[in-house]
Design a protein around this ligand. Sequence first.
Ligand SMILES: Nc1ncnc2c1ncn2[C@@H]1O[C@H](COP(=O)(O)OP(=O)(O)OP(=O)(O)O)[C@@H](O)[C@H]1O
Length: 248
Amino acid sequence: MASHLGGLSGAPVVRVESLIRSFGLRTILDGLSLDIDKGEFVALLGRSGSGKSTLLRALADLDDKVSGSGRLETPDKKSVVFQDARLLPWKRVLENVMLGLNLPDAAKRGRAALEEVGLGGRENAWPVELSGGEQQRVALARSLVRDPELLLADEPFGALDALTRLRMHDLLRQLCARHQPAVLLVTHDVDEAVTLADRVLVLDKGGIVADIAIDIPTPRDHGDRRFGEVRSELLRHLGVETKPVLPV
Ligand SMILES: Nc1ncnc2c1ncn2[C@@H]1O[C@H](COP(=O)(O)OP(=O)(O)OP(=O)(O)O)[C@@H](O)[C@H]1O
């Protein structure tokens, strides 16, 4: 069994070695290893069904059936954001953000977090009164109010329209610069990965088959030549052939 040691003292916030997860006879994660450093933003790409969500669930302690000869170490202070905001419809926005936060200044923190995600003044709204993008902002506020060392995000912008998604990229970048959590962002969107991450991983056949540091200054321009080269390299690892990048 993997050991959930917690309480890391060294540099990596996440340390995974030889992780195995099978469903029946199908082995999805097959001896996978991975480190994430303090404050590092890592994006995870992979074909549909490659096991991205399975890995994220293991890191979120939502799966007690992972195994392996190695280890699975994550910090205690971690938050998860999913594709749907998963707000409780019978609680107001501020109550959703404060949920389970047993601190004397919970309301103050919750208001500050809502302010940070651009929802100051909407504390008393019901979730149903918010747009999809606003609901995801509440989910981000709910995560960050806990001051996590690790933020796990499973396609958090996958259900949003393209313009809202771009706005959410800006917001997430600002929030991460301010709070400095380590991040693992699962996404299908290669451009999203290259725009946001310090490092992009590709998951295939049960393990990490590409680990690419993104050496492009931020904010990143999709039309930039280096952006195009990294995009093509990632698409190759994902089994998608692209035309060579032409000189401008
Ligand atoms: N509870 C489960 N029982 C059986 N099989 C499962 C279960 N959860 C996941 N799987 C299988 O494990 C494989 C990986 O699933 P996972 O959701 O991790 O993939 P993914 O890379 O996140 O895919 P997608 O990009 O389509 O969301 C899939 O083939 C899926 O059918």
